[in-house]
Ligand binder design. Sequence first.
Ligand code: CA
Length: 239
Amino acid sequence: MYKNHTFSFITAAYGFVFFAGQLTNAAYIPIAPGEYKTGSLGAGQMHTYRFTASAGDSATIQMGWISGYDFAPWVELQAPDGTVLDAKSGDRSAYMQSVKLPQSGAYFIIAKDRSGFYGGDYGLSLVKIPGTVTVNDPNGGPMEPGEYKRGTIEPGDIDAYTFTASAGDSATIQMARISGYDFAPCVELHAPDGTVLDVKSGGSSAYMPSVKLPQSGTYFIIAKDKSGMALPSATPLWI
Ligand SMILES: [Ca+2]
């Protein structure tokens, strides 16, 4: 009496990464407010960025797709005590708009693929209010009423411009495309306390007429691509 047996073996490969507690210098990537970073993720891989902030600050973060089949950006913000404050994802970019930071200390940004499965290249920006806006990006920085600026936006890039105003002033802002396939200008106005006062976008230009400014202090103009992924050139115009 003979029995026939068949055997099959399953082999599997995986990607795995782990972050915990007080991260060592090798485990995280420092990012300064106003900085633009690019990174490359393998399957299952996460990148952890670290920045410091004070209680009451607010953070705006964008991660944009550069390359990678089915790679979909996922960005997550974790507080110093480990609380997940926000998580955003999208097919081509993930945008986290003005999240209030409840504690002083080290914050962590997790950048990964939405499914965790696909790898790819991405760009990542952090803007903190209050904070500096230009670290390694030639665009952005202080702007005077009446000034005209030109800039270039990379995937995941945020160009942040600042101006000072008094309570009761009003601001009118226009941003238009100079070049860039599928580039849709998007402009946001953030108050000194991080409140988002207005957001405007359009196919080839974005116009924000006469927004009342409720506080005295430093305002932030956020200039970006609506989708967060285009490879455009941008022209914010301040009237
Ligand atoms: Ca730029």
